[in-house]
Design a binder for this molecule. Structure first.
Ligand code: PMP
Ligand code: GLN
Length: 400
């Protein structure tokens, strides 16, 4: 019996595959971005109380009003953007559903979707489900091989010419992701201006994935405040859907509570698709998160402190092991250049790493959509416990 073309070649995601490899081999899992860090105690207690109080039936399809209000207040407080809780905010089953529903709502068969390459694997899959094609716009590598890159292997920058060159009459949507997975890049104010220029010029709709919005440690534009949303730029609010989620912000990736904000016309279209994917989910989590989101800044400041230390611990450890790390200003991940270990093929390196060093990582090649993309980078996750990170570093250093 044949299956549909849209799932052919998708197989099992690299995250599932690598987590399974870690389980089978007993290797330290620095692959999938799954936190080994705790969530706020009060939030957990509220979920437990909500479950026991009977909050176990369908929530409203758009999400609980209190959570939509908290999301709207968050966007106003942080970014100065006003969204109506009724009509311009939609709660989804994680950012993943928001992204899939957005692409289903915005793309017709034959359309093209732009995303900066490397990109999160849900974008090409989501575009494909909508019958569209994702076109990767290369992020330029900066500082590779240069003397100032000796301790940190450089970073990634926007190439505005590459972006302009990728636009065709079929281009309909641009998916932006800042802070960025897998690179840890935070798009600068100038870069966002350049992206916005192209989107206004070519009348593109933007889907901006900001799930790491609270997890910026430093970078060319400064610390935690350096994350900017493209929706706040002139003429962009009306053409932008902003996606985020509670998973990374509160260390609750298993709850799958995400959301999307945007102009009513676009949010209604996402809602139309979303209601036939899951309809709605996560009643007790939604109720508890409505309160937690109000105090997110204090919690996030503490979490950033922990993750910054973890980022430094892992980056220094990778450097000691001869795996030159890229600069990671945000998010959960550091990438490393494996060439000093005599490898150029990250996929093979990652398959062999459990036996060689007892560590699991993700080949960055899994995030690239364009053919001929670099293969010498491997992604390590630092949202794991300090114990796991120290153990992994020790193993890598002694495996050299
Ligand atoms: N976008 C990016 C960039 C991610 O790294 C992830 C990983 N979890 C998601 C979306 C998915 O978020 P969620 O778990 O809320 O579906
Ligand atoms: N976002 C996580 C990562 O990049 C993985 C989520 C998943 O497994 N789908 O590792």
């Amino acid at each position: 019996m044949s299956t549909a073309e849209r799932v052919q070649g998708l197989g099992t995601s690299v995250f599932t595959e690598m987590t399974e490899l870690a389980r089978r081999t007993g290797a330290v899992n620095l692959g999938q971005g799954v936190p080994e860090l705790g969530a706020p105690r009060a939030l957990l207690e509220e979920v437990a109380a909500a479950v026991l109080a009977g909050g176990n039936q369908y929530p409203p399809a758009q999400g609980f009003p209190a959570l939509r209000e908290a999301i709207a207040a968050h966007q106003l407080r942080r970014y100065g953007l006003e969204y109506a809780p009724q009509g311009e905010v939609l709660v989804t089953t994680g950012a993943t559903e928001a992204l899939a529903a957005a692409l289903l709502a915005l793309c017709d068969p034959g359309d093209e979707v732009l995303a900066f390459d490397p990109c999160y694997d849900a974008y090409p899959a989501g575009a494909r489900f909508a019958g569209a094609r994702l076109v990767g716009v290369p992020l330029a590598e900066e500082g590779w091989g240069s003397p100032q890159a000796s301790s940190s292997g450089g970073g990634f920058v926007l190439d505005p010419d590459a972006l302009r060159a990728a636009v065709t009459p079929r281009t309909r949507v641009l998916v932006l992701n800042t802070p960025h997975n897998p690179t840890g890049k935070v798009f600068t104010a100038e870069e966002l201006d350049a992206v916005a220029d192209v989107c206004r010029e070519h009348d593109l709709t933007v889907v901006t994935d900001e799930v790491y919005e609270h997890l910026v440690y430093d970078g060319p534009d400064g610390g935690p405040g350096a994350h900017r949303t493209i929706a706040a730029l002139p003429g962009m609010r009306e053409r932008t859907l902003t996606v985020s989620s509670a998973g990374k912000t509160f260390n609750v990736t298993g709850w799958k509570i995400g959301w999307v904000c945007g102009p009513a016309r676009l949010v209604a279209a996402v809602g139309a698709a979303k209601q036939f994917l899951t309809y709605a989910s996560g009643t007790p989590y939604q109720e508890a998160l409505a309160r937690a989101l109000g105090g997110v800044e204090e919690w996030a400041a503490e979490l950033r402190g922990t993750l910054r230390r973890h980022r430094d611990l892992l980056s220094e450890g990778l450097a000691r092991a001869g795996l030159r790390p890229c600069r990671a200003d945000a998010g959960y991940f550091v990438q490393a250049d494996i060439r000093a270990w005599g490898h150029a093929d990250g996929a093979r390196f990652c398959r062999e790493l459990p036996a060689r060093a007892g560590v699991v990582a993700i080949p960055t090649s899994a995030f690239y959509v364009r053919p001929g993309a670099p293969t010498h980078l491997v992604r390590f996750s630092f949202c794991r416990s300090e114990k796991s990170l120290c153990e992994a570093v020790e193993r890598l250093v002694s495996a050299v």
